[in-house]
Design a protein around this ligand. Sequence first.
Ligand SMILES: [Mg+2]
Length: 112
Amino acid sequence: MSDIETLIKEINSFRDERDWRQFHNPKDLALSLSLEAAELLENFQWKTSKEAVQTNLEDIKDEIADVLVYSLMLCSDLDVDPLKITQAKLKKNKENYPVGKAKGNKAKYSEL
Ligand SMILES: [Mg+2]
């Protein structure tokens, strides 16, 4: 079993022990993922990146983990492999942002 599969199993055990799957439809999981991403952003509000990381690193780590937990719950419930979909998206990103055009360039792929 891969590390990601083991992690998903642990996450599913956590929510099953609490009988929370009844609340976990894809819409509410996606909504919760977005809320956790907003909590991550809250750590950076009114600070430079450096200030935020210096003062809020523990909270930042917690919120990154919350985003990952909701992402992995969505993957589990939609029966998609997080490794495969991330690799597939990276492949698309490589096609959209060829090194020859994108290196050192922050423009969106449609502007390259
Ligand atoms: Mg949170």
